[in-house]
Design a protein around this ligand. Structure first.
Ligand code: IPD
Length: 311
């Protein structure tokens, strides 16, 4: 484990986050998730009312962290990722003992990442861990739920802006009290496109990554943005604040919740080949319209990251 102590901020406040505090806040978040499971999406609204604004990750963001690496020097994990994941799983397991779990840090620790027909929670305890390590305030908790391999609902919490994104199949998508709607743009030359870099940094991968970006810029896309959190970028797409998203190297826990939210906001989520989404394939194109998604898919060269269920 590498101790990083490199936060040059002057006058920073050192916040103490205790395990019981984490526990208390996590329970509030999960209460919202349970309501969603009980098909009560109308009630999942103001986080301010539930007091979740003292949210755990927001607090831990300002603390010094113990950081280690996983698949590459840019693939980071902290003790908070583990703590949040453990709390979410232990709470959900108490309530739903027969359900299965796919979660980022458990998978990194060697658990199998296979989606079966059983009710399954797909969890990213902190999406945007690199942002989190650097105190860049774009981090989220993401929880998706699937039954019979069909994504049923997704909940994504933007930790620093207190925005709760929810989507339930057939019931719409919301951010706090507001219904989400994707952009209807079909013209790539008028599009704002989002992507993420993914963890690999070898020369061949980087060449393809930049060449994909270049292709979209040559096609005169208005811009290509990288914000450091796949789930929140996908939420921006669901909100209509961007027209498309693509990525190679994201995982099922980055995608599960966001997929329901985008679909329920009227958007589409497909494979980079233009075919149906494969949640385990580590690649995706999402857009407000099918036309836009196909234009993006046609422009991309594949970067091979393997599959989540073969690791
Ligand atoms: C990662 C982030 C990053 C993206 C990676 C994701 P994590 O999730 O969303 O922006 O490039 O592909 O896996 O590791 O921060 O949970």
């Amino acid at each position: 484990m590498l101790e990083l102590n490199r936060f040059p901020f002057r006058n920073r406040t050192r916040l103490i986050t205790t395990k019981s505090h984490f526990f208390q806040i996590q329970q509030q978040f999960l209460k919202e998730v349970y309501k969603l499971l009980e098909w009560d999406i109308g009630v999942i609204l103001s986080l301010k009312r539930t007091g979740i604004k003292r949210e755990i990750i927001k607090k831990a963001l300002t603390e010094e962290k113990c950081v280690s690496t996983k698949t590459s020097a840019a693939d980071l994990v902290t003790e908070t990722d583990h703590l949040v994941e453990d709390l979410i799983i232990s709470e959900l397991r108490k309530k739903f003992p027969s359900h299965r779990f796919i979660a980022e840090e458990s998978t990194a620790a060697g658990e199998k990442c296979v989606l079966t027909d059983s009710p399954t929670w797909i969890i990213d305890p902190i999406d945007g861990t690199c942002n989190f390590v650097h105190r860049f305030p774009t981090v989220a908790v993401s929880i998706g739920f699937a039954v019979n391999q069909e994504l049923e609902f997704g909940v994504i919490y933007h930790c620093t802006e207190e925005r709760l994104y929810t989507g339930r199949r057939g019931q719409g998508a919301f951010c706090n009290e507001q219904r989400l709607r994707v952009s209807r743009e079909t013209d790539l030359s008028k599009a704002l496109v989002l992507t993420e870099i993914g963890p690999k940094r070898d020369p061949d991968t980087l060449k393809l990554f930049f060449s994909n970006m270049e292709r979209l810029l040559h096609a005169k896309a208005h811009g290509v943005r990288v914000i450091g959190s796949s789930t929140l970028a996908l939420c921006h797409l669901a909100s209509g604040a961007a027209d498309a998203y693509y990525q190679f190297g994201l995982h099922c826990w980055d995608l599960a919740a966001a997929t329901v939210i985008i679909r329920e906001a009227g958007g589409i989520v497909i494979d980079t080949s233009g075919g149906p989404l494969d949640l385990m394939s580590c690649r995706v194109v999402a857009a407000g319209t099918r036309e836009m998604a196909m234009l993006i898919a046609q422009a991309l060269q594949t970067i091979n990251y393997g599959r989540d269920d073969e690791k």
